[in-house]
Write a protein of this length. Structure first.
Length: 124
């Protein structure tokens, strides 16, 4: 399965946080899955700052790519796809990741139950 991990899942996995749900850890550990992270997650963490998140976004990006994760850039196609999404969720970072997942045929893995109304989303 091709999985796009949302920001919380990435952060918890990268820091070894016990908040990472077991179901997410299983998906991440399954070598049959291809793991993606969005440029939106790096952008979000940069805006929030290392003081608040405890993570250096540049270092996280390097660690993810070194670990074999694929980076998904934000394209104009993704930006335009946001307009077609139902208004279930207002967070712009989450909305762009939903649009990316839909446009690229990925499954979004998130812990945010507000996102369950969108297709191709796994809530863990």
């Amino acid at each position: 399965m091709k999985l796009l991990l949302d920001t919380h899942i990435l952060l918890w996995a990268a820091t070894g946080d016990t908040k990472l749900p077991a179901a997410a850890a299983q998906l991440i550990d399954d070598e049959a899955n291809t793991l993606y992270f969005s440029a939106a997650s790096i952008w979000e963490l940069t805006i929030k700052g290392a003081d608040r998140t405890g993570v250096n976004p540049a270092l996280l990006r390097k660690e993810l790519t070194d670990a074999g994760y694929l980076e998904l850039p934000i394209t104009s196609t993704h930006g335009l796809a946001v307009a077609s999404l139902p208004d279930h969720h207002r967070d712009p970072f989450d909305r762009i990741m939903v649009a990316q997942a839909l446009a690229e045929g990925l499954t979004l893995v998130t812990h945010d139950s507000a996102m369950q109304a969108y297709p191709h989303t796994i809530i863990v």
